[in-house]
Each structure stands twice: as C-alpha cells, then as structure tokens.
Ligand binder design. Structure first.
Ligand code: SF4
Ligand code: SF4
Ligand code: SF4
Length: 377
C-alpha cells in the first residue's frame, strides 16, 4: 500500500513539469563530445540546458509547448501532461467522429468549449502535433488533418508558431514522398461543422465518469508510488545513478542501445501509407552516414557510442583480421550525429537525406575498413 509520503512525492514530481527528462537517453550525456543541443535550440523560452551529464528543464519557465520533444533525436524528452498516447488516441478517435478528419486543438481554443471534446485531441500547444503523429494519423485513415489554434497572434504561446509550421511542412513532405494526398491545414477556431453553441455539458464529469476517472487516477498513482518505493529501497532515483554505472560498456564493446518507440512508430506508419519505389526522404527522423575509408582507421568509436545500433561492427570480425567490416542501417539511424562527433579522424559524414531503397532495405550497408593502426607516439 503506498504511503502518504510516496503519494505526495509523486504528486509533487508531476506538478513540477509537463515534460519528463530522461537524461540517460541524451547523446550529450552518452558522450561529452556530442554537439547536439537541439532541445535547447527548439525551446522558445530557453527552459532547457545541457550541463554536467544532465539535461535540465526549468519547470518554472517551461510553457509546455512540446517543441523540444520532436527535436530530440533520442526521445530523451517525454511529455507527461498529456502523454503522447493520450494525444494519439484522442486524435485517432476524432477521425471516426468527424468522418475521416483528424482534429487536434490547442488548450486555448478548447477552453472556449465550442466543440465536443470527443471530436478532437487537446494539446497544451500545437507543437505537440509532431510529424510522427501526423503520419500515424494518415496511416490510421485520416483523409485530412486539421490543427486548430486559438489565435496565435494574441497568445502568449505565439512564439511557438515556427515550430508548428515546421512540423506541418515536415509531415507534408513525408506524406508526399510516400504518395499520400492527405491534407494538413491549420486554422483559428474550430471548423464550422464542429461548432456547438455550448459544449460545457460534454466537458463536465458525469457521476459515473467521475468514479471511473478517480479509479484510473488511483491506479496510476499506485503504479507510480510503487516505483517510488523501489527507488527508496534502492537508495537512489531511477535515472540518477552515477554516469559510469549508467553507461557501462557491454561485453561486445558497445554501450547499451536505446529503444526508440516514436521513431519506430513513424517508420511503421510510413510503411502502411506506402513505400515509394524510388527517390530520397529528407527529414529529421532518419539519417544516412558515410565513412571515408581513406580517413577511417577502424577504431570503432562510432559504433561504440551509436545509441541505436544503426552503426555497428561486424560481430564476426576477429582482432587479427586485416580488414574489418562495419554495418549501417538507415532505418535505425535517428540522425543524432554522435558518430560524427566522436570520430577523431573526421571520417564520417551524416546526411538528412536518405534514399528510399536504403531506408526500406532489410540489408544494412557494409563498409570494408582497414585494421586499426596503432598511433605513433
Ligand atoms: S515544452 Fe516548450 S517551453 Fe517547455 S522545455 Fe520544451 S520547448 Fe521549452
Ligand atoms: S540528445 Fe536530446 S536531450 Fe540531448 S542535447 Fe540532443 S536534443 Fe537535447
Ligand atoms: S549512425 Fe550516427 S547519426 Fe545515426 S543513430 Fe548512430 S550515432 Fe546517431
């Protein structure tokens, strides 16, 4: 049974920030030479910084816009209020309710209660409508995707407009490259056919709804409190162990690999929409790495630090082999650039443009490399 202290601790943690930071997933924590600071660049109010093996989010300055979330290549920033799953389910539900139109609305317009909340997904601000979410909605059968704002020109979140437009353009380009004609638009106020005089009744909890909501909240609190109890037992918070312990090199000489649920969701959705026969995909979701074999001395640092295993050494290579083989899988590359940053020979280049034949090929690209030469001192 969770103690009142545990519950208070959880409540305080959730109260603090709408975005949870998982520092262990950050490439700058994985290796201090990483140049990535995309979260800090994306944040319109300067609420994020990367320092001393930790990504810090100033909950007091954060306006919960979500612009940092899709900017991070390794999914180190996780929205908790609402979660991505909440938004996705709401938006998928809206497709059925609106006859094929997915609707995502910001909190400002939602608060006016001019539409049935079952007919749209509510987000704190529209950067939460990421390109991944939009391609997922297209894969779920949306004929059009409408983002509804509450008049950004007069909103304190107006600084987020470039992030919203950017995600729309990226989603448009991805869909077009995959042969989809799904339209993505943004408008101020709900479409006419969604408007009701007063939807207040649809927002209030019914007695039955109140009890089921309360039960769900209690279940969630108990789950989180259990985690807190485990952390109390361990004597440290999950995610706050010393860096050496957290990022221990595994037996095969690599660091632990990260799972990438949003990245996988995007590629699965694009696969459903339709794989193009030829061409290139330019996005921030996938990358293409090249190795200059004349510069490379096969030290393998790039493969050690790659967070997804997109770049890996051939496990069959033996130390005595005169030639080594590295493999690269574009579908697993999240464009983090860490391999480029850690290569002391400057042998790697990363492109944001990936040929579709490579992106959807199950066979990785192989690099044939000379054996590492010992450095002369
Ligand atoms: S949610 Fe928005 S304001 Fe908050 S840290 Fe992320 S980018 Fe910055
Ligand atoms: S990996 Fe993510 S959290 Fe780390 S600096 Fe880059 S964007 Fe920020
Ligand atoms: S191959 Fe390079 S850019 Fe791609 S995920 Fe691995 S380290 Fe990042």
């Amino acid at each position: 049974m969770p103690s009142i202290n545990d519950i208070m601790q959880v409540a305080e943690a959730l109260e603090k920030s709408p975005i949870a930071v998982v520092s262990d997933r950050c490439v700058a924590v994985r290796n201090r030479n990483a140049s990535c600071r995309r979260c800090a660049v994306a944040c319109p109010v300067g609420a994020i910084s990367v320092q001393a093996n930790e990504v810090k989010l100033d909950a007091g300055s954060c306006i919960a816009c979500g612009a940092c979330v899709p900017a991070c290549p390794t999914e180190a920033l996780v929205p908790v209020k609402p979660t991505d799953d909440d938004v996705r389910l709401g938006a998928i539900g809206s497709i059925r309710k609106n006859g094929g139109r997915a609707v995502i609305a910001c909190a400002r317009i939602a608060s006016k209660r001019q539409a049935d909340p079952a007919c749209f997904a509510e987000v704190p601000c529209l950067p939460r409508a990421t390109e991944t979410l939009m391609v997922e909605l297209a894969a779920q059968g949306a004929g059009e995707i409408v983002l509804v704002d509450g008049n950004c020109a007069t909103c304190k979140h107006g600084v987020c407009v470039p992030s919203i437009d950017d995600a729309m353009q990226r989603a448009d380009a991805l869909l077009a490259a995959h042969g989809s004609d799904v339209r993505i638009t943004r408008q101020t106020g709900f479409p006419e056919d969604m408007r009701v005089d007063d939807a207040s009744g649809a927002y209030g909890s019914t007695r039955r709804g109140f009890f089921s909501d309360a039960a769900a909240a209690a279940k969630e609190t108990a789950k989180t409190a259990a985690k807190t109890s485990i952390e109390n037992e361990l004597g440290y918070k999950v995610g706050e162990r010393p860096i050496g312990e957290r990022l221990r090199v595994t037996e095969d000489g690599t660091l632990p690999l990260l799972d990438m649920p949003a990245h996988e969701a995007a590629i699965n959705a694009l696969d459903v929409i339709g794989i193009p026969e030829s061409g290139a995909i330019d996005s921030r979701l996938f990358g293409s790495v090249s190795i200059d074999v004349k510069q490379c001395n096969a030290c393998g640092m790039c493969a050690v630090f790659c967070p997804t295993g997109a770049l890996s050494r051939n496990p069959a290579d033996k130390p005595s082999d005169p030639i080594r083989f590295f493999e690269f899988s574009a579908a697993d590359c999240v464009q983090c650039g860490l391999c480029v940053d850690v290569c002391w020979k400057g042998a790697l280049t990363l492109s944001t443009s990936v040929d579709v034949s490579e992106l959807y090929d199950f066979e990785p690209r192989t690099f044939k490399l000379p054996k590492a030469r010992k450095k002369r001192i």
